[in-house]
Design a protein around this ligand. Structure first.
Ligand SMILES: Nc1ncnc2c1ncn2[C@@H]1O[C@H](COP(=O)(O)OP(=O)(O)OP(=O)(O)O)[C@@H](O)[C@H]1O
Ligand SMILES: [Mg+2]
Length: 286
């Protein structure tokens, strides 16, 4: 089946269903479709999320999420704890399986194992915790993925690793173990490790929230630099100074829903909903 046809079939079930019914009928099923669906994916978009729902047992964590991210667009997602921010971005590279709705990344519809593998090859993710291997050097941490998953030779993988360590401005740390680096340096290594896989899209889940205050800006500067290079990215963060500097669009989530989206100036100067206004008042106070 062509990828276009698979896309069409997999995207056809956009209506939410009850949690019990999702156990077997999820994204792996193929269904009849209509002509209208066939034209629905716009290749100018890096990510299209339509009618996305996710349950953790009986808890409805994501409710009918629609979100489109254009190539090169920078989205900042914020919202209260438990609102579904991490769940949403984890669904984009299938770290969490969604129950229904459709996620399309660079034209590939998330469905079977092959599509998930193809999507993960294009999407890098950086977490709050750096998740580096403590017993390996920084260089070894960076070369592992490209050698194992991309088949690069050690020499090519090391060249690539050094290129990205330069990019995050810590090439001199290459031969140290992670434990000898500061938190900010370790997070920059984690970003370089993602970049070594040469993704088209980067997802960041609160990349600075585990850092001491004086290390936050060195990591944000690296992310701003990436944003300015044209990388498509979704960043979950409450660093609103960063959002004003780097975001094309803000997304505010609450209780599993996208409540509000807008440009940073619309969002900060004139929030549309009372919920968003209250949230901003809360976080901007500090
Ligand atoms: N693996 C899981 N099993 C059960 N419930 C989960 C799981 N992961 C998340 N949840 C629940 O889903 C909801 C959304 O969680 P999520 O981690 O996406 O929120 P968040 O907006 O990222 O919050 P935070 O700002 O605290 O990181 C929360 O109520 C959470 O308790
Ligand atoms: Mg989270």
């Amino acid at each position: 089946m062509s990828s276009q046809m698979r896309l069409v079939n997999l995207c056809s079930n956009l209506m939410p269903v009850a949690p019990m019914a999702t156990v077997t009928s999820t994204i792996h099923s193929e269904r009849e479709t209509s002509m209208a669906d066939q034209t629905s994916f716009n290749h100018a978009n890096a990510i299209e999320i339509k009618g996305l729902n996710k349950w953790y047992d009986a808890y409805h964590a994501l409710k009918n999420i629609d979100l489109t991210v254009a190539h090169g667009e920078r989205i900042v997602v914020c919202g209260p704890s438990g609102s579904g921010k991490s769940t949403l971005i984890r669904c984009v590279n299938s770290l969490e399986a969604h129950d229904n709705g459709c996620i399309t990344v660079d034209g590939t519809v998330m469905g079977d194992a092959a599509s998930i593998e193809a999507i993960r090859a294009e999407v890098g993710m950086v977490f709050q915790q750096f998740n580096l291997f403590p017993h390996l050097t920084i260089l070894q941490n960076l070369t592992l993925g490209p050698m194992k998953a991309r088949g690069l030779s050690r020499k090519d993988a090391e060249e690539r690793a050094m290129k990205y360590l330069e990019r995050v401005q810590i090439p001199e740390q290459a031969d140290k173990k992670p434990g000898a680096l500061s938190g900010g340096q370790q997070q920059r290594v984690a970003i370089a490790r993602s970049l070594c896989m040469e993704p088209k899209i980067m997802l960041f889940d609160e990349p600075t929230s585990a850092l001491d205050p004086e290390m936050i800006s060195e990591v944000l500067d690296v992310i701003v630099d990436l944003a300015e290079s044209g990388m498509t990215m979704i960043v979950v963060t409450h660093e609103m100074g960063f959002a004003r500097r780097a975001a094309d669009r803000m997304v505010f989530m609450d209780h599993g829903k996208i409540v509000e989206t807008g440009t940073p100036s619309e969002f900060f100067e004139n929030p549309k909903t009372e919920r968003c206004r209250a949230f901003l008042n809360q976080i901007l106070k500090h």
